[in-house]
Design a protein around this ligand. Structure first.
Ligand code: ARG
Length: 275
């Protein structure tokens, strides 16, 4: 089967180099403070992800890393933007709260209208946007980090319908570990990460979704970045790469072993700026 509709769209991203990346606290089940991170390797792998996105024609802005904020490399968590409006993060854990301020500085300096969430929310970690699904739909996760009250708040800030999805497996604590936008209207997800009711809702709205299994999700195969044609995933997610290829996309694998130690992969490291 051929899919001529799988066309890439140029994107603008924000990333933050893992210069101060460590695992010195554990706020998700993947983090093990007893295992040292290879800092040099983390930077090398991050650089390759950045150049991969650049080589595909995308614009990548870089946020200055701040000492003492070891999770800042997971730039997806700082905000969520749709149609040029920005809904700023408010982190659940105090260890990460200052990251929100750094992201606010970036959006202010770049002239984006910014509303900082009063409710706990972790940006694109728990929000995804599908501009062509149902006229523009936000998918939002809750259960571990983002407060469900933030979903209503985001809807008011962004003026797009926000669909709440209940995450139930602590291994998949952010929406972006369990669900990904493959293009402007299609998603991939791992059903087992969601409550039975949320699984029914996803099945109803996205009957043509690419379904991942638990092994795909554990390989962070859903923590992907797609431009509508190229799907960037980490090298461990081989089976997920095959699944997106079967669905007409082009998998591009990058090695990100070090970022997995903090409980993240490709998508966590890349925030999309939607003008
Ligand atoms: N150590 C970070 C945390 O637990 C990882 C964040 C991963 N980011 C993401 N978008 N899923 O908060």
């Amino acid at each position: 089967m051929s899919y001529p509709e799988r066309m890439p769209r140029n994107r603008t991203y924000l990333m933050c180099p893992p210069e101060h990346f460590t695992v010195e606290y554990a706020i998700n089940p993947w983090m093990d403070t007893t295992i040292a991170v290879d800092a040099a390797l983390a930077i090398k792998q991050w650089e390759l992800l950045r150049t991969t996105l650049g080589d595909l024609g995308h614009t990548v802005h870089v946020l200055d890393p701040i000492p003492g904020l070891p999770d800042m490399v997971y730039a997806a968590n700082g905000a969520f933007s749709v149609d040029g409006r920005v809904y700023g993060a408010r982190f659940k854990h105090p260890q990460r709260s200052d990251e929100a301020i750094a992201h606010q500085g970036f959006y202010r300096a770049s002239g984006w209208p910014l509303t900082i969430g009063e409710q706990v929310n972790e940006g694109e970690g728990d929000f995804a946007y599908l501009p062509e699904a149902y006229g523009g739909l936000v998918l939002a996760g809750y259960g571990f980090r983002t407060d469900p009250a933030a979903h209503a708040e985001a809807q008011e800030v962004l003026g797009r319908p926000v669909l709440s999805l209940h995450l139930v497996d602590p291994a998949f604590y952010h929406l972006d570990t369990a669900l990904a936008a493959l293009d402007d209207r299609h998603i991939a997800y791992y059903p087992g990460a969601f409550s039975p009711a949320s699984q029914r809702v996803l099945g109803q709205l996205f009957p043509d979704a690419v379904l991942a299994d638990r092994a795909d999700a554990e390989a962070f195969g859903l923590n992907l970045v797609s431009d509508g044609r190229h799907v960037i995933l980490n090298t461990e997610a081989v089976a997920m790469g095959d699944k997106v290829r079967e669905a007409g996309y082009l998998p591009v694998h990058v090695e990100l072993t070090e970022l997995k130690r903090g409980g993240g992969s490709v998508k966590c490291a890349v925030a999309e700026l939607r003008a």
